[in-house]
Design a protein around this ligand. Structure first.
Ligand SMILES: [Fe+2]
Length: 235
């Protein structure tokens, strides 16, 4: 029986994956110690009162500034479900991403690609009673990241999910189905092959906004054999 999140589960990337260079220094050198019981704080707070804590949703990343950002508009929609495929409502989904040229608004991102004054790249939504969510953004660009000679990250969006308590957290990345960089990306390849496709969104014509934005479906499974892999931001 699975008693909690285990880093080395079959669907999860291992702590140490040498092609992903920074895992060499940061992976544990000793056996992990299982925490036998979560504390009350981890299990009860903040109880899903996200709007009060964090403010209203920021579901449209293309309308956060005076004008629209450069790039292909995309709508991303999906459902958060548990291991028995039951919807998971009231879950905070935060996303962050680079702009269409592959540049983040971040002091440490010094790549020579333009910053878009009309794009911050941060958004958040809370799933509804059916576990559904809907976001509007632009497709992020690829960017070089120095893992090895000529390493490029595929287009991706980072996601953080917070359920009713601090212990119920998933951090992952969303990829796009037409991207040739996925198969040579050290981070995506750290995830076992059988689970890798779960991080790739599905193009869906019914999700497009006609004459306005392309549409993708990205369902997120929390735990169980179909679980969405945990994929932390790179560094
Ligand atoms: Fe990234």
């Amino acid at each position: 029986m699975q008693t909690g999140f285990t880093r080395e589960d079959a669907s999860q990337p291992p702590s140490l994956f040498p092609p992903y260079a920074s895992t060499i220094a940061r992976s544990p050198r000793h056996a992990l110690i299982r925490i036998p019981q979560h504390t009350l704080t981890e299990c009860s707070g903040p109880a899903g009162d996200w709007t009060r804590l964090m403010g209203p949703a920021m579901a449209d990343l293309t309308r956060q500034h005076a004008a629209e950002p450069i790039g292909q508009r995309i709508r991303i929609s999906g459902q958060v479900i548990d291991e028995d495929r039951r919807p998971v409502p009231h879950t905070m989904i935060e996303i962050w991403q680079c702009n269409a040229a592959g540049r983040y608004i971040h002091a440490k991102d010094q790549w020579d690609a333009p910053i878009d004054p009309n794009f911050t790249g941060a958004g958040r939504v809370v799933t509804d009673e059916k576990g559904r969510y809907d976001l509007m953004t632009i497709r992020p660009g690829a960017y070089p990241w120095g893992n090895h000679k000529n390493a490029w990250r595929p287009s991706h969006i980072h996601l953080s999910l917070l359920g009713p308590a601090f212990a119920t957290r998933l951090v992952t990345q969303l990829y796009f189905p037409d991207d040739p960089l996925i198969e040579i990306d050290a981070i995506a390849n750290a995830v076992p092959l059988a689970a890798r496709a779960r991080m790739v969104a599905r193009f869906d014509i019914a999700t497009t906004q006609p004459n306005y934005a392309l549409g993708y479906i990205f369902d997120i499974v929390l735990r169980g054999q179909d679980t969405t892999p945990f994929e932390a931001p790179h560094g």
